[in-house]
Design a binder for this molecule. Sequence first.
Ligand SMILES: *Cc1c(COP(=O)(O)O)cnc(C)c1O
Length: 391
Amino acid sequence: MSSLFPNYGRWPIQIVKGEGNYLWDAAGNKYLDLVAGIAVTSLGNVPPKVKAKVQEQLDTLWHCSNLFEIPVQEKLADKLVSLTCGSRAFFCNSGAEANEAAIKLARRYMQKIKGENRYEVITFTQSFHGRTLATLTATGQDKVKDGFAPLPEGFVTVPYNDLEALTAAITDKTCAIMLEMIQGEGGVHPADPEFAEGIKQLCDQHDLLLIVDEVQTGIGRTGKWFAHQHYGLEPDIITMAKGLGSGFPIGAIVGKEKLADAFSAGSHGTTFGGNPLASAAGLATLETIEEDHYLDRVTEIGAFFAEELQKLAAKHPEVVNVRGKGLMMGVELAMEAAPVVNAMREQYHILLLMAGPNVVRLLPPFTITKEEIAHAVTVLDDVLTAVKANV
Ligand SMILES: *Cc1c(COP(=O)(O)O)cnc(C)c1O
């Protein structure tokens, strides 16, 4: 019996080693990794340049609290700010914490300038924002809320890509609109460009803050640094985590200058946030993406991947839709995705993910090659045929 809480539905595999686009289990089996630790190890497993920088930091200083100035954290903040429309960064340790910080910042700013009734955050169905009490309340999926009542007040959820419903939900209590540009956990659903444009106008018109959750889509995953940059949006707050540290736990928000005073000294914080090791991993990750031109690579390889998946869709009527951007792809099936994902892993040692019951999600490392993608799609072709014959 395991000494762990059974809160994860785990695959019965012990991963003991990773290198580049491959993982190895305790029995010595080698797996092609199209999951990247759920959009985390974007530069592949144990990326050499990031490893070198983290190792250097390991030899120098592991932790020092935010009671001190931390130069490498400052550098990471400078870098993030240079890649976004924001001008201030705050570091934490996870995506949920980044979203929690964004909600707190939005409320504190709004309540200071508009009064204490401006606290409501509007979010969307099928969204995913995390597992803390506030972020699970913000999440537009009932399954993450089950059994955790009472939930905090101040969240309203409306249908995604429905501008009319969003407009109708805005009241004099509304403080912010919070969304993913491509819903990850919810099924790889991109925002319609008209929806994004409408949100921008509503925020201007009603003086609302725009929070974009880039925890999964950020740090190059879609071919730009952040997915909202495909839409020409300038969010007030951007949240990020998964791909930022190449596997080292780190989360962050970047916000506009007008928000700076709302996080005055002592108003928010966390012990580990942006510590030297995490910041070194984050900085090395961003520098590597830039130096090695990974955004171009994600765009090019992502387009190839999408084409291959479209060909697959043309062959299999069970593939009802191929969605996504860059190296964040979803393949919606007219049947359950689990048998497909399981067969790919068990029989062919290719790791894929689900996003809801009918969607196969692909989040490969940016280092994935066209040959590896072609191989994975060929195998997926066979597996679809085999699974279909069995149902
Ligand atoms: C994973 C995820 C989160 C939560 O991040 P954790 O690090 O698991 O807390 C929040 N938002 C989105 C869009 C995510 O994909």
